[in-house]
Design a protein around this ligand. Structure first.
Ligand code: ZN
Length: 487
């Protein structure tokens, strides 16, 4: 049996991959029947940080994040219809058109958030044959039964041989009282048995042939199957949102033990949830805000548009195991924090070294490293970087000096931790990074022309540029090294 961990405290010392130098990680990906919202951004960013950090530590990482595109009654028991199939029927689309449409949009949103693409992104619908084989293995080992064309996990039998509920700390009695899955109750031996394969109802569009019926796999089956297919029967890390611990991940553990005789996952990692004004995000609260709405500001709960880097920064300001409460004010505060970091980063690129250092720059790399090592403590990394802005500003303002070696180290730490590991795009500002970059570049260009004009004592040109920019709302400050501007 693999020892199961569910945190990575003292990561560097305690994390032992199954194969030296290599890490296999699997993260439950999106169900693609709608636009990605804040609830999708958090796991994507959390595991992006882990992916980046493991690579920083020198591991070769195979990162698998799936696309759930089969559609499941479990996801929408109240409506009784597969969501992808429903959308396809209402909009007269082929189901895979719905899948492709939302997958493209998911990729677009993830790229905006600077989330790196996984190494493999398997679709559940592309792995039906493997899922059928996995179900067959569970049947062969006697932990499942066929009922009316569907296949169910025999949880009671399984729980006699393996500890069911160990990840979530539940026992069978807790599970009985919690089970809300009404579908198929009359076919099951016990309410807590879950579907490995479901016979499709006649109106169900997405179905495939199997030895038991024309139907579709149970939701939990795709992750057990694709995780072990691409990462091996045992692999290092499995991640997802806290809401997936039960039933999804508990069911995955049961499926692996039942089919393979052992667990598959060494470390489980779960990110906590995002609440909106203290409430869980959910259909009943009608408080979903899509990422696109954040970027455009087009939602009644938003005071203005918020750029993808603000969303990323907002999420990284909290530890991944803590809850995060969203509000427009909290995002405005995150935006200010990010701007301070962007300003410090821009200044860091401009400052000139001196013979000696008389500002505090020691220990920054160690502080950042220590924080990442302690279960990916991103808020501490951000705090340490903020601390170092004091030294940057002191040197920038001519009130302190920094040696060439210390400046190089400071730049390297910012590059490593802020840009490479936290994945913050600090060279861009504002809601629309690309446009903002072009805009800032154009203003810098104008002010450099003015600087040249001043040096040539061409006062009419220099004054014209400054006066007209001021009239447009810019504030221009002449400094020792050149200029600074703001709006
Ligand atoms: Zn999953």
């Amino acid at each position: 049996m693999l020892e199961i961990y569910n945190s990575l405290t003292r990561f560097k010392e305690t994390f032992k991959p199954l194969h030296e130098g290599h890490v296999g990680m699997y993260v439950c990906g999106p169900t693609v029947y709608g636009d990605a919202h804040l609830g999708h951004a958090r796991p994507a960013i959390t595991f992006d940080i882990l992916y980046r950090y493991l690579q920083h530590l020198g591991y070769k990482v195979r990162y698998v994040r799936n696309i759930t595109d089969v559609g499941h009654l479990e996801h929408d028991a109240d409506e009784g219809e597969d969501k992808i199939a429903k959308k396809a029927r209402l909009e007269q689309l082929e189901p895979m058109e719905v899948v492709q449409f939302y997958t493209n949009r998911y990729h677009r949103d993830m790229a905006a958030l600077n989330v790196l693409p996984p190494s493999i992104e398997p679709h559940a619908s592309g792995h039906i044959i493997e899922q059928i084989a996995f179900v067959q293995k569970i049947l062969d080992r006697g932990y499942a039964y066929v009922s009316n064309g569907s296949v169910y996990m025999d949880v009671e039998k399984y729980a006699k041989d393996y500890p069911y509920g160990k990840l979530s700390g539940r026992n069978l009695n807790d599970i009985v009282t919690e089970t809300r899955e009404l579908d198929g109750q009359e076919e099951k031996k016990h309410s807590y048995d879950f579907a490995l394969w479901k016979k499709a109802a006649p109106e169900h569009i997405m179905h495939w042939p199997s030895p038991w019926s024309e139907g579709f796999p149970g939701w939990h089956m795709e992750c057990s199957t694709m995780g072990t297919k691409y990462l091996g029967e045992q692999f290092d890390i499995h991640g997802g949102g806290l809401d997936l611990i039960f039933p999804h991940h508990e069911a995955e553990i049961a499926q692996s033990c039942a089919a393979l005789g052992h667990e598959s996952v060494h470390y489980w990692m779960h990110n906590n949830m995002i609440t909106i004004a203290g409430k869980k995000m959910g259909k009943s609260y009608n408080n979903f805000i899509t990422l696109e709405q954040f970027f455009s500001g087009n939602h009644p709960l938003l005071s203005k548009p918020f750029g993808p880097m603000v969303i990323r920064f907002f999420i990284l300001q909290a530890h991944y195991r803590s809850t995060v409460d969203f509000s427009s004010e909290a995002l405005e505060a995150a935006e200010k924090g990010l701007q301070r970091m962007q300003e410090a980063y821009a200044r860091l690129q401009k400052i000139q070294p001196s013979a000696a250092t008389n500002v505090e720059v020691n220990g920054l790399r160690e502080k950042c490293q220590e924080a990442m090592d302690d279960d990916l403590n991103t808020p501490f990394v951000i705090a340490a970087l903020f601390d170092s802005t004091r030294a940057i500003n002191t040197v920038h303002d001519g009130k302190g000096t920094i040696s060439e070696a210390d400046l190089k180290e400071l730049k390297d730490v910012w590059q490593t931790f802020a840009i490479d590991i936290l994945g913050l795009r600090l060279e861009e500002q504002g809601a629309d990074g690309g446009k903002q970059k072009a805009f800032s570049g154009a203003i810098d260009l104008l002010l450099n022309i003015r600087l040249q004009a001043k040096q040539n004592k061409d006062w009419p040109t220099s004054d014209k540029i400054r006066n007209e920019l001021t009239a447009l709302g810019f504030q221009i400050k002449d400094t020792k090294d050149g200029f600074e501007w703001s709006i």
